[in-house]
Design a binder for this molecule. Sequence first.
Ligand SMILES: NC(=O)c1ccc[n+]([C@@H]2O[C@H](COP(=O)([O-])OP(=O)(O)OC[C@H]3O[C@@H](n4cnc5c(N)ncnc54)[C@H](OP(=O)(O)O)[C@@H]3O)[C@@H](O)[C@H]2O)c1
Length: 348
Amino acid sequence: MSTQQALWLPGIGQDFAVGTKEIDAPGPGELLVKIISSGLNPLDWKIQENGFIQFVKSYPAVIGEEAAGNVEAVGEGVTDFKEGDRVFFQASLNMGSKFTTFQQYCIVIADSAAKIPDHTSFDQAASVQVGIIPFVVALYAQQPEGLAHLAPWLEGGNGKYAGQPILIMGGASTLGQYAIQLARLSGFSPIITTASFHNTELLSSLGATHVLDRKLSTTALKDAIAKITSIPIILAFDAISLPDTQQTAHDIVTAGGTVITVRVPQVDNKHEDKVVQQVVGSFHIPPNRELGKSFMPALTQWLADGTIKPNAIEVVPGGLNGVSSGLQRLKNNLVSGKKLVVRPWETA
Ligand SMILES: NC(=O)c1ccc[n+]([C@@H]2O[C@H](COP(=O)([O-])OP(=O)(O)OC[C@H]3O[C@@H](n4cnc5c(N)ncnc54)[C@H](OP(=O)(O)O)[C@@H]3O)[C@@H](O)[C@H]2O)c1
């Protein structure tokens, strides 16, 4: 049996350690992918610290949620991919360590993979899926997973929501940057976001019409928004979803409006006319699978023609041994406006 290097998490609250792991064969509808670049996400340190039973059911485990690489082998029934294709994907984290990305090879559900366009690097591609999928599900999935808006890659969807404002809390986060770009494609206007000032130019280039200081109080933010638009805000996407950002978004949307959170809703005195709804950004949930299948070719095309820009990335040195330090930086809010990736084949 062939083996590879993998980053093992021995148990909740324990340190990661590089070790060996078998290389699995792809089953029907699956791909075996050689991982060239693997993205780091806040969920990874949260799993390490606290465990998340819905994602990781037993230890030792290999985690990691997204990656890019080369197809090494295809399982029975796979027709859309062949050996040698460059692909990027969101891992099926809850299906176990065969499917996760802090290792040199993993198994991928073929329907959840997309081809990487020629001019997009593995490192860039590895940073896209976990960041973009939450807004896609939140806006374009059918209810109750999403708001059932017409997606911008479908006929009649591009620009459909012209003239409707949207508030995006935390535009410089990975999720926020993709939310801004998809909101632009859907036609939302104005697109108002909160961020540190040094990210203003970046977020404007992605489509934000107004970048407001993330440190403004709720009252000051409300006043600033009132000067931008007289149309009531009926939709907010909180890409940060700390208790204070959720509360602010909740207080700003008008009666009848919706706040999408990316973490568990924690809003005090919830106004009964306002919906606060958590999105689970995954195409692996059965009701979202068709949406994922229809989105993947559009994502490849949008990256190829520059419609969607990947986040700036930083390659953390040391291969899989770099994951721990990278996650510490994410945890301590030391990463601004970019995404960290590691290259598993650079593991010493
Ligand atoms: N529900 C889901 O499916 C799902 C999926 C993926 C991630 N998540 C969660 O989504 C959250 C964001 O993940 P991510 O990968 O996008 O994070 P990230 O890229 O690491 O976020 C870092 C950015 O957050 C911004 N930020 C931090 N606090 C802020 C605040 N109070 N107001 C405005 N901006 C703030 C900072 O912006 P500045 O640099 O401008 O200060 C920084 O650039 C995490 O909690 C993650 O666990 C949920």
